[in-house]
Design a protein around this ligand. Structure first.
Ligand code: CO
Length: 660
């Protein structure tokens, strides 16, 4: 038996005569995209990638993943960075290694299917701006959603990597839906579509080592193009699955540099390099060069992101993932969202509700955007449903999914949920069965018209077309029409160090004494505010720069957002709180306020002041957790006052309008 891919060891002096492997394992580094997306909500800034970029280029990676996924969204929404510019900037430093992006097929880098004209323009511009490999996936594994983008990828002469989202309904691969035949059939479909490589995209770290072995063996037999494995560490199995996949002959593997590895991210590269050293799959990578990159990450970069890391748990492994199948990014989003809504104690209920919602919605894989769709609907169900009624607040995206706008689900959606979701749905109450984009009107021209005068080039226009609200906001900052908010500015290493010092003092109780001494200088106007979480306590910290060194001018425990109700059980939040319970309610105008049930971004109002509304009429669209929520009138009456506008960020409980 001469199996080329079997691991073979050679005896040698590794330093002096490390032989070149017969079939070296190829590696894609994904620290700069999925790594920080998984660990710190995609908040990594371009300026923090540049210091390691040239060294990364020297390692010999098959590719580096630098773009796509959530990067397009977070750069412009939170970091005041132009997503296109990130690509061009990194390309100046990483010249040899191809760039890979994660493309959500017809969803592009957003959360719904876009029209064909926009999809074509996006892929073409991504290619021109520097993407070489388009790792393309559809959240439902419905390859009709590949039909528009793939010919453009090919036309641009780029690499089309087709993904199969790996998911399960059973504790291990198998069962009626997602069994080995399912994956083999999908791989054959991709090969037929002209895929250059196939990626098994295991976004939640579900693939077990022996399943990985069996699956890779089967795929290698069924298709002739290279197979790539992408597996998250979340459950702790990924390093073992990697090794079994290597034994089965996998061609390419994704890893992160160690500071960006593990937890909900990916296995680290360095142990794998050592594991394969001297075998016929030796990567050939220089471990010392990797160590140098790690030191920069560790000392100069990671401290700035420490506050974003989830340090609530000691364990780096989440066993629960094997039960609820939640991908890393989704998990950190859910935790953040619940925390903002003072409902972190509901996480257990969320885990319980999640598989029920997923089943109702057709056992869909959990990956962006379906992970958000299932996630936010789950949170809504937990917060707003009662014994009498389920699915009280259905998001716009769940309605779209029920209509068929995302594609075909692996098993049919619960007809009860379809009926409820599509009642009064604007496109119709009967679901479609065609390729989703066929029912979408072209949208690029319309967007170009709307953003005329602000956008200067096609990249601006595409940004706006995909993200109308946050995209427009960003373009206003970009072209100096509006001042950039303080919280979008980068944190310096000095800021990070000052914060850490403060944390230490806060923990030691030293800050309380300082406050009593009343020696605090006057606060200056451009004080930078930071939120600091210490265990269960939350501090607001103001930092003021004097003569180059940041000086702490005050630190105070923030007023708890939800003060415990005296002598009464805490009441769950409801969509329409009593006016008295809302601090920002305006008693001046008579009527009853509609408040935000959850923090988010106002997309648009569907009414104006003076309009008559009936209970249940749509008043405002609120985007939370990237999903659009339709907020209905809680009472009949006339819209007396509209309190916010499109693009405003609102906190839970803020008054959105007054109806009387
Ligand atoms: Co991933």
């Amino acid at each position: 038996m001469s199996d080329h891919n079997k691991l073979k060891m050679t005896k040698m002096n590794y330093d002096k005569d490390r032989p070149k492997a017969e079939n070296p394992l190829k590696i894609m580094d994904i620290s700069l995209r999925d790594g920080h997306q998984s660990l710190f909500a995609t908040r990594g800034r371009t300026e923090d990638m540049i210091p390691v970029a040239e060294q990364i280029d020297e390692i010999g990676f098959w590719a580096v993943e630098t773009w796509g996924g959530a990067t397009f969204d977070t750069t412009h929404r939170y970091l005041n960075e132009d997503p296109w510019e990130r690509l061009r900037t990194l390309k100046r430093y990483i010249k040899k290694t191809p760039f890979s992006m994660l493309l959500r097929a017809q969803n592009l880098v957003g959360y719904r299917n876009y029209a064909d004209d926009l999809a074509e323009a996006f892929v073409e511009r991504a290619s021109i701006n520097g993407v070489d490999i388009f790792r393309t996936f559809d959240a439902l594994n419905d390859y009709r959603n590949f039909e528009t983008v793939v010919p453009i990828i090919k036309k641009c002469g780029k690499h089309f990597q087709g993904c199969i989202c790996y998911t399960m309904t059973e504790p291990r691969m198998g069962g009626k839906v997602y069994n080995i035949e399912y994956y083999v059939a999908k791989a054959k479909d991709l090969e037929k579509m002209g895929a250059d490589t196939i990626c098994i995209k295991d976004m939640a770290g579900l693939i077990a080592p022996y399943d990985a072995y069996e699956l890779i063996k089967a795929l290698k037999k069924a298709v002739s193009i290279p197979i790539h494995l992408h597996s998250h560490f979340t459950s702790g199995m990924a390093p073992m699955s990697h090794l079994k996949a290597i034994e089965a002959g996998v061609d390419i593997i994704d890893t992160c540099m160690s500071p960006y590895a593990y937890r909900t991210s990916h296995p680290a590269l360095e142990p794998l390099v050592m594991t394969l050293l001297g075998t016929n799959r030796d990567t050939g990578f220089d471990i010392k060069a990797l160590a140098e990159i790690n030191e920069i990450f560790e000392k100069d970069i990671m401290p700035k992101y420490r506050h974003l890391l989830d340090d609530t748990k000691m364990s780096i492994i989440d066993i629960n993932v094997l039960l609820h199948q939640t991908p890393g990014g989704m998990l950190s989003n859910l935790i953040n969202q619940l925390r903002e809504m003072d409902a972190l104690d509901k996480i257990g209920e969320v885990y319980k509700e999640l598989p029920r919602v997923r089943k109702d919605l057709g056992q869909i894989p959990l990956v962006t955007p379906t992970s958000q769709i299932v996630g936010i609907q789950t949170v809504n169900n937990v917060l707003f449903d009662d014994d009498k009624e389920r699915y009280k607040m259905i998001t716009g995206q769940v309605k779209d999914l029920c209509y068929g706008l995302y594609g075909k689900t692996a098993v049919p959606i619960n007809p009860e949920v379809i009926k409820k979701a599509l009642k009064g749905y604007e496109r119709g109450e009967e679901p479609i069965t065609c390729r989703p984009a066929e029912v979408l009107d072209p949208e690029l021209k319309k967007a170009q018209e709307e953003i005329k005068g602000l956008a200067v080039d096609i990249d601006d226009e595409i940004l706006y077309a995909i993200f109308p609200v946050t995209g427009k906001k960003f373009l206003r900052y970009k072209y100096g029409k509006e001042q950039i908010p303080q919280d979008m500015l980068p944190k310096t290493l000095e800021d990070a160090k000052a914060e850490l010092e403060l944390l230490k003092k806060a923990k030691a109780g030293l800050l309380v004494e300082k406050k009593e001494a009343e020696e605090s200088p006057e606060e200056c106007e451009n004080l930078r505010e930071f939120k600091v979480f210490v265990d269960d306590d939350y501090f607001k910290v103001g930092v003021e720069e004097i003569g180059g060194a940041p000086v702490v001018s005050y630190v105070q425990p923030a007023a708890p957002a939800s003060a415990p109700a005296p002598a009464a059980a805490p009441k769950p939040a409801t969509a329409a709180e009593k006016p008295a319970a809302v601090p920002t309610a305006a008693p001046a105008s008579e009527g009853s306020p509609l408040t935000a049930p959850l923090p988010g971004l106002i997309v648009s109002y569907k009414v104006k002041e003076g309009d008559s509304v009936k209970k249940g009429d749509t008043i405002v669209i609120l985007e939370a957790m990237k999903m659009e929520n339709t907020l209905p009138a809680h009472t009949d009456g006339v819209v007396k006052e509209i309190k916010c506008k499109s693009g405003d960020n609102v906190a839970k409980g803020d008054v959105l309008c007054v109806i009387g």
